[in-house]
Every structure is written in C-alpha cells, then in structure tokens.
Design a protein around this ligand. Structure first.
Ligand SMILES: [Zn+2]
Length: 363
C-alpha cells in the first residue's frame, strides 16, 4: 500500500494524475478477419499504453463472434497477449445478420460479457424483444447500436445546416432518437438490461434521462469524438466543441465521417450535460482502426492477389470454425474453398490461353 502511495506522491509531484486502470466498454479489435488493421494482441497492448487495463471487444469481425468456440478463442488470444484484459462481447444475431438469434445463453456460459451487433442495429423489433428476454435469462446486457436504417439510408453526415451547405446527404437526429425510443420501450416491456452505445444527440440524452427517472435499468455511453467535435469538422473547421474559433482544413475530409455522425454544438453540449448529471454512464472509445490501403492505388494484379488472400484467410477461418463448433458449416466452407480454387483455375487458364494466342499472332 505504501508503495502505491509513494508512486502517487511521486506522480503528483511531476504533475501527473494517478487513476485506476480505465475500462473501455466499446472497442473493435479486428481479429479474426481484418488483421491488417489490428490483432487482438496489438489492440490489447495499445490499450495498456493508453492506461486501459480492460477492454470489451465488439464482435463485428469476420467471422463474427457468434459461437462459443469463437468466444473461447478470443479469450485465449486476449490472455496470451499479456496486456490489457480482453472481455468478449458476442453477437445478438447469427453472423450479425439480424435474422435469427445467436445462442445467447451458451455464449454467456462460454464467457461473453454482453451482446451486440454493433455497427448494425437489430432492426426487427420482435427479434430485439426476444434478444432482451434471452439476455436477461443469461444475466447479460444488450449493447445496442440504435439507428433507424431507413431514415439514415444514404446519409454520410449529420443532417442539418452544415450538410445542406455542403450538399451532402444527411442522417437526421431522428434516425437515432426513434430507434432509442423503440429500444427503451422494449427494455421496459421485457425487463432486459439495455445499454445504449454511442449516444450522440440532445434528443437521445433526454430520452435516456426520462427513462432513468422512470426507474428503467438502463445505461448509456458517449464517445470522446462526440464530446469534442461537431459537424462543422466535415466543412473544414478544426475548432473543438468548447472553442469559438480554430484552424481550418480542407472540407469533405473522410476522416470526419463516422457513425453516428458528428453532431451540432447543441448536441455536444447536451452530451456533456448528460455526462455531468449521470444520465450518461461512461465514455467509451469506439476504437475502430482501419487498414489504410486504397485498392485503387494498387495495380490490377496486386488488387486481385489482395482479394484472393483475403478470401483464402476467410475460408481458412470458416473451416476452423466449422471443424470446432459448427459441423453444418463445414460444407459451406468447403464450397467456398472450391469456388475460390475454381476461380483461380479459370484465371490461370485464361492467362495461358492469352499467351498462346499472343504466340500465334507473333508467329
Ligand atoms: Zn462500434
């Protein structure tokens, strides 16, 4: 104990802050499927560098984490990394397709700490009702990505004066708020434990505030970027939400394109107010690294090779998964392997044919 207080005193002397290890409720590690962006090990190490001792990994990988075997593998790889503790969040629906429920009770006993189809909402209200009921039976929360897909279809930023000025299609605040209203109604109906991911509008914060006042057992998070940036960033502003003025950059920077989109300064203020009065329970990063490879920059041959190696990696994983836990998928995986082989064979034959024709023409 005295060692800790010594360290604390030393840190304070140097102007540092000591805090318990941070917990991130919402991180996307890209393994399996997108290891070129991040692996479980690099994600866990990066988390620790930033002071996070526990991170919850979202299941939108390829394959998606929807079987007990995949949950077990994620736990094993997380602990092998010997860095931040990695807790697996499993899918709500099989393959995150929103069509059929995953085996939530089994997933929970395999070690899933929560369920989410994050990146997509569960659009079917009946399915979401069932999910809340099963999750309640499994003693785990549902982390919902609340978005009305029809209302937000085609939108690339927040719908408002800035999107109108830029001539970009917008996603209205109502697309998030109407979805949250549905989710809250179903949480009330089922008694299931609901956590709302990346809440971003003033209306959403107010809905959560009222639901909590009604005694509903829900929680909500906001991301750092929704607390710091506004939709003006899409038009080139680089002023933080609490600054009146700041430097400017070129508009239409795709790095400002996030989902939920960056909102207005009124929304940012509401998120802060929600955080301060306990309506919002946590700041979660929504850490989601992306491989910066523009396929257009590659030559046609490398582009094909890139596609093939991705397909092979996918097939290998599908094979592994089916061998371990899903006997019915084995045929599916095999079929895909055969399809890839067939495609490669056809390309090879076409290339051989072309070089034969060239030879003839030369002769
Ligand atoms: Zn996310």
């Amino acid at each position: 104990m005295s060692v800790i207080s010594d360290l604390k005193r030393d840190a304070e002397k140097r102007g540092l802050i000591t805090a318990p290890g941070f917990i991130d409720l919402h991180a996307h590690l890209r393994e399996p499927g997108f290891e070129e962006s991040e692996t479980i090990a690099t994600g866990a190490r990066a988390a620790l560098e930033g002071g996070f001792t526990t991170i919850c990994a979202m299941p939108n990988t390829e394959p998606a984490i929807d079987s007990p075997g995949l949950v077990a593998e994620l736990i094993a790889r997380g602990s092998a990394a010997r860095a931040a503790r990695v807790l697996p969040i499993a899918c709500i629906t099989r393959g995150r397709k929103g069509l059929a429920l995953a085996d939530l009770v089994e997933l929970a006993s395999a070690g899933a700490v929560a369920f989410s189809d994050d990146g997509s909402p569960v659009a079917d209200a009946q399915l979401f009702r069932n999910a809340l009921e099963y999750a309640r039976a499994a003693g785990r929360p549902i982390l919902e990505h609340s978005q009305d897909l029809a209302l937000s279809a085609g939108g690339v930023m927040h719908e408002g004066v800035v999107s109108a000025r830029l001539g970009l299609a917008g996603m209205p605040a109502a697309a998030e708020e109407s979805a949250i209203a549905r989710d809250l109604a179903l949480a009330r109906l089922t008694g299931g434990r609901l956590h709302l991911s990346h809440v971003s509008t003033a209306g959403s914060v107010e809905l959560v505030r009222r639901a909590k006042a009604d005694g509903l057992a829900i929680s909500a998070e906001v991301t750092p970027h929704h607390l710091a940036l506004t939709d003006e960033w899409v038009s080139g502003s680089r002023a933080f939400a609490w600054e009146d003025d700041g430097p400017r950059a070129a508009p239409y920077d795709t790095a400002t394109k996030v989902n939920p989109p960056l909102r207005t300064s009124a929304d940012v203020r509401a998120c802060w107010a929600g955080l301060m009065d306990g309506t919002i329970d946590a700041i979660a990063t929504d850490h989601a690294p992306r491989y910066r490879c523009r396929l257009g920059d590659l030559g046609a041959r490398r582009r094909r090779a890139h596609g093939r190696s991705r397909a092979r990696a996918r097939d290998r994983r599908a094979g592994e998964r089916s061998r371990g836990h899903r006997p019915t998928c084995a045929m599916d995986a095999q079929r895909r392997v055969v399809a890839v082989a067939r495609e490669e064979h056809a390309t090879h034959r076409a290339r051989a044919g072309r070089s034969r024709d060239d030879g003839r023409r030369r002769r």
